[in-house]
Design a protein around this ligand. Structure first.
Ligand SMILES: *[C@@H]1O[C@H](CO)[C@@H](O)[C@H](O)[C@H]1NC(C)=O
Ligand SMILES: *[C@@H]1O[C@H](CO)[C@@H](O)[C@H](O)[C@H]1NC(C)=O
Ligand SMILES: *[C@@H]1O[C@H](CO)[C@@H](O)[C@H](O)[C@H]1NC(C)=O
Ligand SMILES: *[C@@H]1O[C@H](CO)[C@@H](O)[C@H](O)[C@H]1NC(C)=O
Ligand SMILES: *[C@@H]1O[C@H](CO)[C@@H](O)[C@H](O)[C@H]1NC(C)=O
Ligand SMILES: *[C@@H]1O[C@H](CO)[C@@H](O)[C@H](O)[C@H]1NC(C)=O
Ligand SMILES: *[C@@H]1O[C@H](CO)[C@@H](O)[C@H](O)[C@H]1NC(C)=O
Ligand SMILES: *[C@@H]1O[C@H](CO)[C@@H](O)[C@H](O)[C@H]1NC(C)=O
Length: 299
């Protein structure tokens, strides 16, 4: 497409207008660990000689856009990044995948063109965050005078606490309230309806909520942690009991197995196995003896 002088002047003017503005403002981007981020690139150049992306002042990628005879030439400086970079067709926005914490930092792109006196630059800041885990709740000392329970609930994360904000929701039958901050002061009277308190932790890329903690349970002295210890004990006891039961059943089956009479066809597993095999016709079905051995192996 031939460019008329008037158009060329317009383009040059536009570029000069865009140039300083683009290089001034830094675009802030966020990404999650393991995810990807796209560094958006908008330009009005139709004849680009090269595009160079920098990370912390070192060259990340150099691109020479396609010409009539050649497809794009992409040179990734660090082999480690080879399979992590991709480009949008046409605008050359950079997509960086498999993000890790150390990808956080300053990125700059330069667009070089023979029709420009100096390259167009655009700056970006990238911060990579973890996906937040479930926040936990501790209750400080609670005051239980007069049937009025006063406590401070504290919400915290075991790890990954960068740029995290906390908020609380108090859910009741008649009212829902929210509160900002990691500490929730509560006052609850015995005769009131029960309340559930849920904490939410947020960072720029994710959020997660705690399990609810209930006012009645908390204030009856059965604090959340104590409750969960009890639950754990009961669960463990149940597991032990069930295991014992299973072992006993296995033992009994084995004893029965030894005394097993071939003609009776008493084993369900064998019966199933046998009938499933029978219609196949071509193969001889397993003998009871082999099936019994398989049965024993499965057990
Ligand atoms: C770049 O091009 C892709 C499609 O090729 C489009 O989805 C994206 O919005 C474009 N980005 C900008 C900043 O123009
Ligand atoms: C592109 O290829 C054609 C023939 O294949 C050739 O005549 C032309 O000079 C080439 N152009 C450039 C810019 O290399
Ligand atoms: C950044 O972290 C990744 C994985 O955590 C690692 O493979 C890579 O070598 C690190 N890069 C630098 C420059 O430290
Ligand atoms: C919250 O954290 C737990 C692990 O602590 C995780 O399994 C879950 O997927 C997270 N939920 C959200 C919505 O990210
Ligand atoms: C205890 O209850 C009485 C009567 O309901 C009230 O006047 C008093 O302020 C309460 N004391 C405290 C410490 O809450
Ligand atoms: C809760 O925290 C506030 C301010 O930090 C403090 O004044 C108050 O005594 C605390 N209450 C309890 C029950 O620990
Ligand atoms: C409070 O929130 C819960 C769940 O989000 C909802 O079921 C309930 O209707 C709400 N109650 C009021 C009074 O808004
Ligand atoms: C909590 O903070 C958010 C954002 O900063 C604000 O929009 C909201 O109104 C605040 N809520 C309360 C109850 O202060």
């Amino acid at each position: 497409m031939p460019v008329s002088p008037a158009n060329l002047i317009l383009i040059l003017l536009l570029c000069q207008l865009m140039g300083p503005a683009a290089s001034g403002a830094q675009e802030e981007l966020v990404g999650g660990i393991g995810g990807f981020v796209i560094f958006p690139l908008t330009h009005s150049q139709d004849r680009i000689d090269s595009i160079i992306w920098f990370f912390e002042r070192t060259t990340l990628v150099t691109i020479q856009p396609a010409t009539t005879n050649k497809s794009d030439t992409v040179i990734v400086t660090n082999r480690h990044n080879q399979e992590r970079v991709a480009f949008s067709r046409g605008n050359y926005s950079l997509k960086l995948s498999k993000l890790s914490k150390n990808d956080s930092g300053a990125y700059v792109v330069e667009i070089h063109s023979s029709s420009l006196q100096k390259p167009i630059t655009q700056k970006y800041g990238l911060r990579v965050y973890e996906h937040l885990s479930k926040p936990r709740i501790t209750s400080g000392l609670q005051n239980n005078k007069n049937g009025t329970c006063v406590a401070n609930l504290t919400c915290f994360l075991e790890w990954g606490g960068e740029d995290v904000t906390y908020s609380w929701n108090s859910l009741g039958m008649t009212s829902n309230e929210s509160h900002n901050g990691s500490i929730l002061p509560i006052t609850w009277r015995q005769e009131e309806e029960d309340m559930a308190f849920i904490c939410m932790a947020r960072n720029p890329i994710s959020s997660n909520s705690s399990n609810p903690i209930f006012a009645r349970k908390l204030c009856e002295g059965v604090a959340g942690d104590l409750g969960s210890t009890m639950a754990l004990r009961i669960t463990l006891l149940l597991i032990v009991l069930v295991s014992l039961l299973i072992l006993l059943t296995i033992w009994r089956l084995k004893v029965k197995g030894r005394a097993y009479n071939y003609s009776r066809g008493k084993f369900d597993k064998f019966s199933l196995f046998h009938s499933a095999n029978a219609p196949k016709g071509g193969e001889t079905s397993l003998t009871a003896h082999i099936a019994r051995q398989i049965n024993a192996i499965y057990l």
